[in-house]
Design a protein around this ligand. Structure first.
Ligand SMILES: Cc1cc2nc3c(=O)[nH]c(=O)nc-3n(C[C@H](O)[C@H](O)[C@H](O)COP(=O)(O)O)c2cc1C
Length: 358
């Protein structure tokens, strides 16, 4: 099993949902980067479940301890290691279903690949909880990007078909980005937010779950960052985004909708801004052309499937008995992953971009 990503900045994420701790080792950070631990705590707190009717009732503060790589509030250049203790585990919920494959979850594939040896409690290493160390690493990388003037943010773009106001791909500003990230329920349009909440609660009451889309943006990324083909920005950003459990689609700029446009509609006309910088009037390209940044806002969206663990009765198979049976999933689950996933996607974007700015 390997949960390592990257080359210039390399993450190695370890741990299991119901083990003593989860954590991350970040290699490749430059020495001397100031680390603001308060800001890091605030960043990590955005992933924490705040309302048990919308997210998991499992209360974990995601408090991290930095074990190495930071001295006198600056990175040392050595590997940065951090752990997050699991303080609220309830493994008894997994006693009965241990050997029944939850539809939509990784129990079946993990059982086949690891010959029944993997820790299935709380989904083990396949749990959404493993995004806590990713969010920590993303928080560190966000501080690196901020040092270079780049600002990142995210919001809930849609849940169960209810859409928020999208980010303005041309004139999105730092203030809007910071304000939406500060919200417990990160939407630009609070009325739409209430409609989304109603959809989540209705699904939960019906022993079901819903999915949705997260939209992330990076502002002030200079033009000329990235590479063509396999080392392009899109390749790096999507590969780390797909590492987040439950991500089933990634699109940049106009994304899949661009496939239905004509070239004359999708092309973004260039012009010269007052300071002489080359800009585009529209931003269907999402800030990337040929794998390289254009200097326009980088816009990326990640689609999350509905949470697989639902309490409704479903058909399945007992992996040990090779027999068909039924399952009603117990345990504490997010009726919608998207609420807590915006900061996960934003953190993934931060890690991917940071390695280009070293
Ligand atoms: C923040 C977050 C929270 C999650 N919470 C749950 C959960 O409560 N229950 C669940 O079944 N899946 C949850 N997931 C999704 C599963 O971990 C994921 O669907 C599973 O590992 C299978 O991976 P795949 O969907 O990428 O194929 C969560 C994912 C994330 C990112």
């Amino acid at each position: 099993m390997s949960s390592t990503w990257g080359n210039r900045i390399k993450l190695s994420i370890f741990g299991e949902s119901h083990g003593p701790a989860i954590g991350v080792v970040v290699d490749g950070l430059p020495a001397g980067l100031p680390i603001d631990e308060e800001a890091l705590y605030a960043h990590c707190a955005r992933r924490v479940s705040k309302d048990s009717t919308l997210s998991t009732p499992r209360k974990e503060a995601d408090h991290f301890s930095i074990l190495s790589g930071v001295y006198r509030e600056r990175t040392t250049g050595a590997p940065l290691a951090a752990v997050i203790r699991n303080t609220n585990v309830r493994s008894a919920d997994y006693k009965d279903i241990g050997l029944l494959a939850r539809p939509g979850h990784a129990d079946f594939t993990a059982f086949v690949k690891y010959a029944g040896c993997s820790d299935f409690r709380g989904s083990g290493h396949f749990s959404g909880r493993l995004t806590a160390p990713l969010v920590f690493a993303g928080g560190v990388c966000k501080q690196l990007l901020e040092e270079k003037g780049v600002r990142l943010g995210s919001h809930i773009y849609a849940i169960a078909g209810v859409a928020d106001t999208p980010f303005d791909p041309v004139s999105l500003d730092d203030g809007t980005l910071a304000a939406v990230c500060a919200k417990d329920f990160a939407v630009l349009d609070d009325q739409k937010g209430e409609q989304m909440k109603a959809k989540i609660r209705a699904a939960r009451d019906e022993l079901d779950s819903v999915g949705g889309i997260v939209e992330c943006a990076a502002l002030h990324l200079p033009a000329g960052i990235g590479d063509p083909m396999f080392d392009g920005l899109e390749s790096a950003v999507s590969s780390i985004l797909f590492g987040i459990p439950a991500v089933k689609g990634v699109e940049f700029g106009a994304g899949f909708a661009a496939a239905g446009l004509r070239g004359s509609q999708n092309n973004d006309p260039f012009y010269l801004a007052e300071n002489g910088a080359v800009k585009t009037r529209t931003n269907h390209h999402g800030g990337i052309l040929g794998g390289i940044s254009t200097g326009m806002p980088l816009i990326v969206r990640a689609a999350f499937k509905p949470t697989p663990s639902i309490s409704r009765k479903q058909q399945t198979v007992s992996l040990t008995d090779s027999a068909e049976t039924e399952i009603e999933v117990k345990g504490r689950h997010d009726p919608c992953i998207v609420v807590r996933a915006a900061v996960c996607a934003e953190s993934a974007l931060a890690v991917a971009l940071a390695q280009y700015l070293l």
